[in-house]
Design a protein around this ligand. Structure first.
Ligand SMILES: Nc1nc2c(ncn2[C@@H]2O[C@H](COP(=O)(O)OP(=O)(O)OP(=O)(O)O)[C@@H](O)[C@H]2O)c(=O)[nH]1
Ligand SMILES: [Mg+2]
Length: 699
């Protein structure tokens, strides 16, 4: 039986917690150069000789006086869960600020290790850290690491095991004696209660009470000991506040910790003065008050150009690969239902989706660069004033941009917004940021209807259009439902960092695998359902009547035409045809035929399904490749209906996965209901107006 060790990894945001865990295990946690990348706890498991080590990656947290939902996750874990060792990670560049949180963790009196990460950057500036001195001062093991250069990380697991096996050392850090006196007094009262028999725990709770920790106060409040604690505590607050001339005992403790941390840094960190850092030089241009925004827009524009132009090169190859496989299989397999299911149902549908993998990867790559370099935090800063005008907070920029990739993590990223109103408004408009899965639909429509324009520009316009619409809706929501201003926001600007090429590609690889898995499972399944619904019930009479006509036809052109007619007629009479025609009146005012209607509805499951369903429904009769689909779209869909389609896709409800994430994040039924209905109504109305307006303009 292996011994089990449970470790919790805690630290301030953006210090490299997730990166370190990735380097010591095979985990592929998401990382990024801004605070608030990890928003939920994740477990990583490591085996080493006789030990099974479970490590929990927590969201970054500035202090135990937590505010935002994701900080609360970290705090609750630290307070309420059982674990053996705390691994506290700090950023060597900002040692003293990070140590403030370390001191709070030390108060917990648990076995603990300190990892001083990003040592490469300190050394790069000609600095150094005295590890031994820091160990002596803090009384816990210290490891200097660079997760980027894979230095020091091998020691981590070894040290965890040693710390786990050894007796905990006595505390080395104490507060000012006037504070210690109070802590002791409170702890001795608390110790009378059976809940605080452990003196170490009693001391910790006493400190939390002096720190005015609401969670701790609430816990005590419900215990019998509260009556006795309450009187003493109130007096203590007032006494200490006068003695230290501060407004709150929480400030007194903060000052204490700041002073201790500062001294710890002075004792251990040597760093030469630098005039102007690389980051500052670059920022003179990138967050320039006038040029900053245009530069940002230019980057986004360039990204969409690349997404379209570069992504289209391998597209044809994939298209040909799938359609020739389908043709080949259709010939060698015996004719019948299985043949048709495979070569007319599954393969073209999966192919129609996989084709867009290159485009999607380029888009993700761009967003990833934004995250890894540190530009994201700057763009958020740049956009703050602009977003505020629309009732959104600058910090909302991070989830909004993530929304261009995938709406699911974007909803979760909204946790970094502290104010519940700001958070809900952001989440309600997040769907307007078109996700990567909607990209194929746009690319298809652009290829069919905007062939003579610069497709990259059209794509950029669609994405920007969605974003602008989202902003307008945010403004309306703020005015109508949530009166007041968005809260001012604090987001640290990290230094620029060269992204690790390995982690960039690892991320793309994970995305590729996920995408292909989805195409092979979910999309294939959806294609099977669509195939079944569009093939059954059989109508032998229709087939017979056409077969006669086809026999009589003289030219090949006539025969093909009749064949197509028969397929269309059979499709119309199939289950899916019947369903489509029944719902079609809802979308008819937008110029949709029943096939578009069905595709759009199917898109509620996943946006990729829109393309694969259109592929099946428009390309009946031939083993359609996408060039075929584009032609059929041009023949069957009017320009203004195509625009209406784009508007619907841009706005209506996101996929099931995204919707269930929203429900999980927002417990209130009123918001859930509103969220489920309003985008669809808005989408329909706007699409209708666009359709009508284009009609008046003569399209
Ligand atoms: N130069 C350098 N960069 C590092 C090192 N470790 C991590 N980074 C970078 O620092 C940034 C933050 O890393 P993350 O692992 O996402 O940080 P985190 O502590 O998990 O952040 P949150 O989840 O937001 O709390 C990323 O851009 C990493 O590539 C290091 O040792 N040296
Ligand atoms: Mg993280």
């Amino acid at each position: 039986m292996n011994k089990k060790i449970k470790v919790v990894v805690a630290g301030q945001p953006n210090v490299g917690k997730s990166t370190i865990l990735n380097t010591i295990s095979n985990a592929k946690l998401h990382t990024g150069n801004f605070s608030g990348v990890t928003v939920d706890k994740t477990v990583v498991e490591i085996k080493k000789s006789d030990y099974d080590i479970k490590m929990v990656d927590l969201p970054g947290i500035y202090s135990l006086n937590a505010y935002t939902p994701e900080e609360q996750v970290a705090k609750n874990y630290l307070f309420d869960k059982e674990y053996d060792v705390i691994v506290n990670i700090v950023d060597a560049n900002i040692l003293s600020r990070n140590l403030i949180f370390t001191l709070q963790l030390l108060d917990m009196q648990k076995k603990m290790i300190l990892i001083v990460n990003m040592i490469d950057e300190v050394e790069g500036k000609g600095g150094s850290i005295d590890k031994n001195r820091l160990e002596i001062l803090l009384g816990i093991p210290v490891i200097l690491t660079s997760a980027k250069e894979h230095r020091g990380v091998d020691e981590i697991v070894e040290t965890i095991i040693q710390t786990y096996e050894k007796q905990k050392q006595k505390n080395k850090i104490y507060y000012n004696e006037r504070i210690e006196l109070r802590i002791e007094k409170l702890a001795s009262i608390l110790k009378k209660s059976p809940h605080f028999k452990d003196i170490n725990y009693a001391r910790f709770v006493a400190i939390r009470l002096l720190d005015r920790d609401e969670n701790t106060y609430k816990t005590i409040h419900d215990l019998p000991i509260f009556i006795e604690v309450h009187d003493v505590l109130e007096k203590m607050y007032r006494k200490l506040e006068t003695e230290f001339d501060e407004e709150s005992t929480s400030d007194i403790l903060s000052n204490e910790r700041a002073a201790i941390s500062y001294n710890l840094q002075r004792e251990t960190l040597k760093i030469p003065e630098i005039k102007e850092s690389f980051s500052e030089k670059v920022d003179n241009i990138l967050i320039h008050p006038i040029f900053g925004l245009p530069i940002f827009l230019f980057f986004m524009w360039a990204l969409f150009q690349l997404t379209f132009q570069l992504g289209n090169i391998p597209m044809n190859w994939i298209d040909i690969a799938f359609s020739s496989t389908a043709n080949y299989l259709s010939e060698i397999l015996p004719q019948g239902s299985f043949n048709s299911l495979l070569t007319e149902g599954i393969i073209p549908a999966v192919g129609a989706v996989v084709m867009f993998l290159p485009n999607i990867l380029i888009l993700f790559f761009g967003i990833n660069l934004l995250e890894q370099t540190g530009y994201m935090a700057r763009a958020a800063y740049l956009m703050d004033g602009f977003l505020k005008r629309f009732g959104l907070q600058g910090k909302a920029f991070v989830p909004l941009v993530s929304g261009f990739g995938c709406t699911v993590p974007a909803y979760m990223a909204a946790r970094t917004l502290k104010n519940p109103k700001d958070r809900i408004i952001t989440m309600l408009v997040l769907g307007f940021m078109s996700c990567g899965a909607r990209l194929p639909i746009y690319v298809l429509v652009i290829a069919a209807f905007f062939a003579n324009h610069n497709p990259g520009n059209v794509l950029f316009a669609i994405y920007i259009g969605g974003a602008v619409l989202g902003l307008i809706v945010a403004k309306i929501l703020r005015t109508v439902l949530f009166k007041g201003e968005p809260e001012p926001f604090v987001m640290e600007i990290p230094p620029y960092r060269f992204p690790s090429v390995k982690s960039l590609f690892m991320d793309l690889w994970i995305k590729t695998r996920m995408f292909l898995k989805k195409a092979g499972t979910f999309i294939a399944l959806a294609a099977m359902v669509v195939w079944f619904l569009s093939t059954y019930p059989h109508h032998p009479k229709i087939v017979q009547s056409y077969e006669k006509k086809i026999e009589l036809a003289t030219t090949k052109v006539q025969k093909d035409k009749l064949n197509d007619e028969m397929s269309a007629k059979l499709l119309g009479e199939s289950y899916i045809g019947t369903i489509g025609k029944t719902i079609n009146p809802v979308f008819k005012p937008l110029g949709f035929d029943w096939r578009m209607t069905v595709s759009v509805i199917a898109g509620l499951a996943a946006k990729e399904v829109v393309v694969s369903t259109m592929g099946t429904l428009y390309a009946v009769g031939n083993h359609g490749n996408n060039t075929g689909l584009i032609k059929k779209m041009q023949q069957n869909i009017s320009f203004r209906a195509a625009i209406a389609l784009v508007i619907i896709i841009m706005i209506y409800s996101p996929c099931l996965a995204a919707m269930s994430t929203f429900y999980a994040e927002v417990p209130q039924w009123a918001w859930r209901t509103f969220y489920t209905i309003y985008p669809n109504v808005v989408a329909w109305i706007l699409a209708f107006f666009a359709y009508k307006a284009l009609g008046l303009l003569g399209y």
